[in-house]
Design a protein around this ligand. Sequence first.
Ligand code: ZN
Length: 446
Amino acid sequence: MRDLLRESAASIAAFQAERLRAMLALCARGHPYYRRVWAQAGIDIASIQTLDDLARLPLTPKRDLMADPESFRLQLPDLPLHERVLWEVIYTSGSTAEPTPVYNTTHDYHAYLFQSRRVAEISGIGADDVIANLFPLTAAPMGAFVRSATNAYAAGAAIFAALPGAPLGPFEVQRPLDYAVRSVERHRASILWGVPSFVRRVLLRAIELQADFSSVRMCAITGEASSPAMRDELRRCLTALKACGTTVFDRYGSTELGAFAQCHEEGSWHNPAPEIQYHEVVDPDTGRPLPDGTRGSLAVTHLDRRGTVLIRFLVGDTVSLERSPCLHCGRHGDRVVGPVARSGDLVKIKGALVNIAVLLDSVQGLPEVDELQVVVGNVNAADPFSGDDLVVRVATRAADRAVLAENIVQRVQDAVRLRPRVEFVEGLSIYEPGVQTKAVRFIDRR
Ligand SMILES: [Zn+2]
């Protein structure tokens, strides 16, 4: 099979344009949402022939998918069985609304296996690896959990699951934290696969229990934003455990995108499969594509899907793109360049626009800080006009809390020019109620 990542930019673009024409033709026949939107805009879809032509199609805002996910499924009963039968449904983790289903046919599942094999190759995951799936059991099937097995199958690796998560339902299948630690030991896991805050909890507990983590060589993290300080903290824990490696592989991705892969730590993210998806960075107001290297909103276009299909879909992240050959591994194709700014990261506090990621980064990774949360509220909770109150909530085992509080105030002031109050709390109060595997880092109570 061809490996587009080893072909020229012109060859990749020609391949993608051909796939795009076929994908748009399927949508024009059987995609309820795009049939309606394109008809309203008076677009003749047969006139979209190249990747450049794509700019004439409207962007797809996330809220449209959330409002009516069924209308994003191809409805084509004449397709072969494997292109129309439903293999799995995974849900995007909506922070406010109901989670949104993304439908995958057998064809899409195979495409994900293909993409995962590339991710494994790029990030150096192979047949000798034993993966510890540390993602939680959640109320709706989340991509990170469901796809961990798919990633292992694609890499030819072994996998087991620790099944953390708060009790849910009558069957008591969730396992405690110590089970995760002991399973990593028992199976000689080489890769810890999970949400950064929970991977860190497992590592900290392993240090307490003096567990044998010498087989671990990598933490593969995704599912919540992590800062450079957080990743350094994971490396510090791995070193303390005498793990045989300290690689932190930060996967960028989403339910709609799948995973992007780093070929080296802290690097940009390769699109592992330009065969199945095309990316643009756009001006979200006009839909105009921006030149490579310019920061803007990431839009994805599926080139070869049969379940949920998205064209020029706004992922909700601000990034830039690179298409020059990678200096580290020589692969071609597009790469997403961070820092990844999620919409909603900028918040107005006391009249100033504050980047919450920068604020968190200033405190995360202080060795004395076990857990961290930032809360913005009103000085007088009952009075919405009483001004903003910025609180940094911290869980710590440090004896001298006064010194730590002073240190935190200073760091936050240096980072965002605001003076916070510091509250010391129990670590578990920082986790999502009911899902004690995912930390809630920011709350706006106003
Ligand atoms: Zn590379």
